[in-house]
Design a protein around this ligand. Sequence first.
Ligand code: BGC
Length: 417
Amino acid sequence: MKLNQIIKSVFATTALLSSAAAVHAAEVEVLHYWTSGGEAKSVAELKKIMEAKGVTWKDFAVAGGAGENATTALKARVIAGSPPTAAQIKGPSIQEWGQEGVLANIDAAATAGKWDSLLPKVVSNTMKYQGHYVAAPVNVHRVNWLWINPEVLKKAGAKVPTTWPEFFDAADKIQKAGFIAVAQGGQPWQDATVFETVALGVGGADFYNKALVKLDPATLTGPTMIKTFDTLGKIKGYIDKDAPGRDWNLATAMVINGKAGMQFMGDWAKGEFTAAGKQPGKDFLCAPAPGTAKSYTYNIDSIAMFKVKNPDSQKAQLTLATAIMSPEFQEVFNLNKGSIPVRPDIPRTKFDSCAIESMDDMAASSKAGTLEPSMAHGMAVSSAVQGAMFDVVSKFMHSNMTSQAAAQALAKAAKTQ
Ligand code: BGC
């Protein structure tokens, strides 16, 4: 082949390639950690909506509850200079990524969709970096739930606990009847989930806020924190010996299958019950954790967009952001996920009793000043403080550490920079 022929053929191939690239350019690569049964069903709905809009969905799923592994994968990609189009990050860590200068401005989608007037301020502020939207909110999860198998409860002759004495009474009866009282998994974030729920239940919303949001040293080391650890320590006695290493959804499965009576977990657990075809009120019960009926720890999932050069990818990001806030997505995703829509204007008709309770309790606690960000789920403190607190709680759960020593260590963790 002569040179100009080679050039011509290379040129033709390149032209072909670039036109093929143009066809496939409307693609979003989305890093997320929604891999359990209920989670996968939920994210599949977003994929469906995007593909109906002509955008190819490139799935970048990293298994691991609460996203610890996903964060590691994300860091590696950003450091390598090839961030995904979008990633599931939330809370104060959106600001941390914003400071790195890697997040994309999606104001165009937010302005067109009137996000400022639709979203509660606490949500819209979290989605913005330096006044510009960089992330789209997906849902609101409530963390302070207790999931219960009513059949196990009945066989044990126990009733749904609303206070800590009632909880330990129910746990004793469940254990005596030959079941595992508390289904628990093995990662630090799961221990932290139980810890913050106990803190809320033992000390109330004001105490929770002073200790786990404002990080007040006197509150972190005071008598209510000691009582929180004492209560957490007592719960340890109702967890089976195989908990270490267990994933949260396998702990939920123990409640679903009637092996265990109760689980402390946010309402992504409901996604597992729903995916297994179970009905609330009949096959499972959702109850605010003991002592927390009048308060609410929230966990808002969101998808942040990363700076990308390709104009088609930038357009696809706006399409993704618009899709996430659409009433269609907000309804179908949250029905599967166990959470509630972040938009207040979605009809309640298709939502079950647990979701309705979550909606009502969120509104009531917001009015009462008892709506609190979840420390365990990245809403309340920096990722550095959160990590240090996880270490303390985990150590407490898996050693003979005293409540006093744990409270002191927690106050030290709160100072992590
Ligand atoms: C996330 C949920 C997720 C859960 C388990 C939470 O931190 O907000 O979306 O289902 O972790 O991975």
